[in-house]
Design a binder for this molecule. Structure first.
Ligand code: MCA
Ligand code: AMP
Length: 468
């Protein structure tokens, strides 16, 4: 029989020690296992179930219940607007809703009870079984369901655990959302697989990180930049073993300030929803500002030129980054065409990121191939999805969305619209009603016409220049 995915949760030597703390509530390994087994009892036999993925213990119990029963978990952002939620539920084929049910959801619901207990035993599913379907934005259209197998989750966690010397003696702290790979796969399933207690701070606020007293901290660059802006909180992290940044480029000044304030150079690692975490600096290795390090064990990388040749590992030639190995997803759900677009014939995943590799194998991510893939606060946002939501507004005739460089968020969403003088505040709320909060434009600029090339395509670079 395969080894359990959440190995350490089953073998915890002290079953009474708090294993997962979220805010002021905690569960030991024993409590989590039996509450999650009670969820498994309710959902066994389903193909996929949706989880109202709030930052709470119920989300953890529901996800672990799915993994025990071998049912694919579909985390739904708690602030997803009606369009986005409807798409996720329809596309995933979720058969049940775990959590408090909004009135527009027709699925049968089941409210997770963290104090429920069951001792039923479930055989460990095969490693190829889907563990999660995580929805993530492309450059155009609605979000795509990324199918992650148990094998990919295990490989993604094991690679970084080895690089970071992450053990049950660590206490992991973060406050990231529980509906993306960073917070949920690495930040919850990672802790449960390694067996290191997790303290989730509900929101990733600097003072909450400072008060948590952990040894290993996860954050997106916006979090680390806010930590630096609060020097007392930053200094309180000096006793931690590792501060890890990922999901977007960590600006060099933030790397340096964090190093000065905490006495520790952060670890930077690179990942994607479709590949889990693949490249990282190491606990026992060099931490170079602006560089994300070496492929973790089990991961292969290559950077190729437009003509398909692998570029020289000279630390300056740029190539399109591709990833191979066990951490790769199984494809986009119900979307063979999009899956075929991102996979090479020889089984590598095209990340869409541009990278350089130095002679020692160190990687530097220099940007994305497409201006339509935006990263704001570590969230991936497709310009096309926001443009579609804007075009549904009765006063808007044309819309173009760009990611403008922003010191706090990395990029901030600015929307250019043509229409009958729409009210910007009302348009922002309109988008928030359809999509998740972080997909709302921060700013709406009403213009007479969008700049277009001879083919009629919007010249986004001109908009970026204007916004800057
Ligand atoms: C936001 N607000 C707005 C607007 N946008 N109000 C009006 N108009 C808008 N356009 C509101 C928010 O709801 C919030 O309100 C307040 O303004 C502050 O928002 P914001 O500046 O966004 O700050 P924040 O809410 O504190 O968020 C920053 C954050 C967040 C905490 C860093 O962006 C975050 O959690 N990011 C993590 C993303 C992540 O986990 N990505 C991983 C993807 P109020 O205060 O009332 O709520 S996985 C991945 O990338 C791969 C696998 C990898 O490598 O990890
Ligand atoms: P997502 O699918 O939300 O997981 O976003 C994945 C994307 O985030 C990658 O394709 C990169 O563009 C970006 N990303 C993640 N980690 C890093 C990093 N350490 N440095 C630069 N970009 C990153």
């Amino acid at each position: 029989m395969p080894v359990p995915l959440l190995t350490s949760m089953h073998t915890a030597s002290d079953v009474a020690r708090p294993l997962v703390t979220i805010g002021d509530r905690a569960l030991s390994a024993g409590e989590l296992l039996s509450a999650a087994t009670a969820v498994a009892d309710e959902i066994a036999g389903a193909r996929a179930v949706a989880i109202d993925a709030r930052a709470d213990l119920e989300t953890v119990v529901a996800t672990v219940g799915c993994l025990l029963a071998g049912v694919a978990a579909v985390p739904v952002p708690p602030d997803a607007g009606v369009f986005e939620r409807r798409h996720i539920l329809t596309d995933s084929g979720a058969e049940l809703w775990l959590g408090e049910k909004p009135s527009d959801i027709g699925l049968p619901g089941f409210r997770v009870d963290v104090s429920a207990r069951s001792s039923a035993a479930y055989p460990e599913p095969e490693p190829s079984t889907p563990a999660l379907i995580v929805y993530t934005s492309g450059t155009t259209g609605a979000p795509k369901g990324v199918v992650l197998s148990r094998r990919a989750v295990a490989a993604g966690v094991d690679g970084v655990a080895e690089a970071w010397q992450w053990t049950p003696d660590d206490v992991l702290v973060h406050g990231l959302p529980l509906f993306h790979v960073h917070g949920l796969v690495l930040g919850v399933l990672g802790a449960l697989r390694v067996g290191s207690p997790l303290v989730h701070t509900v929101r990733p606020a600097p003072d909450r990180y400072a008060a948590a007293g952990g040894s290993l901290y996860f954050g997106v660059p916006t979090v680390w930049s806010r930590v630096c802006a609060d020097p007392a909180s930053a200094r309180a992290l000096a006793g931690a073993r590792l501060l890890v940044s990922g999901s977007a480029p960590l600006p060099v000044p933030v790397f340096e300030e964090l190093t000065t304030l905490t006495g520790k150079a952060p670890i930077e690692r690179y990942g994607m929803t479709e590949t889990v975490i693949t490249i990282s600096t190491r606990f026992d290795g060099e931490r170079r500002p602006g560089w994300v390090g070496l492929p973790v064990s089990g991961v292969r990388t290559r950077a190729r030129s437009e003509s398909g040749e692998e570029v020289a590992h000279d630390g300056e030639t740029l190539g399109r980054l591709e990833i191979g190995g066990d951490t790769l997803f199984d494809g986009y759900l119900n979307n063979l065409a999009k899956t075929a677009e991102v996979m090479t014939p020889d089984g590598w995943f095209r990340t869409g990121d541009i990278a350089m590799i130095d002679p020692a194998g160190f990687h530097r991510i220099v940007g994305r191939e497409s201006v339509d893939m935006i990263k704001s606060g570590g969230y991936r946002i497709g310009a096309g999805e926001v443009e579609q939501a804007l075009l549904a507004h009765p006063a808007i005739r044309e819309a173009a969305v760009v990611g403008v460089p922003d010191a706090d968020l990395g990029q901030r969403i600015v929307a250019y619209v043509v229409g009958e003088t729409p009210n910007p505040g009302e348009v922002i709320d309109f988008v928030a009603g359809a999509l998740s909060v972080h997909k709302r434009p921060r700013e709406i600029r009403v213009v007479e016409a969008l700049p277009r090339n001879a083919m009629g395509k919007v010249r986004k670079q001109a908009l970026l220049d204007d916004a800057r």
